[in-house]
Design a protein around this ligand. Sequence first.
Ligand SMILES: [Zn+2]
Length: 148
Amino acid sequence: MSEPCGRTFDEALISGYVDGALVQGDAQRVQIHLEDCASCRALVDEITSVRKVTISSAFATPADHEWPAEAPRSTASRTARRLGWPVLAAWAILVAGVGLLEAWRDADDLLERLILVAGVSGLSLLFLSVLLDRLKASKSDRYQEVHK
Ligand SMILES: [Zn+2]
């Protein structure tokens, strides 16, 4: 899409920029263009104000059908949920670490220790993959939500 102002990216990138949903490279690309382009800066202002209205009206009247079943219902619960995962991850790592140390001390032979290490690493990898999916999902959730 060619724009009168000469920007080489789609408007969607600008709204992604407003939402903070871009990867660093794209965000920089938009940022650099915005520094030179008053009309796109105006567009950013426009999108920002539309977002504010959308978000505040969504919170004022959170009709049930507007929310996916498991979406958190407020900024607070969303923040709590986002914080919850890293905290849970830290807790799980701590528990696994302590458990491993204890079991390691009690283990009689090398085989038992190997089984322990294998089990704990397997669990950690599984947990990590769930966590990464979760983080990715919460990012795209947010992006879609703000887009309404
Ligand atoms: Zn422009």
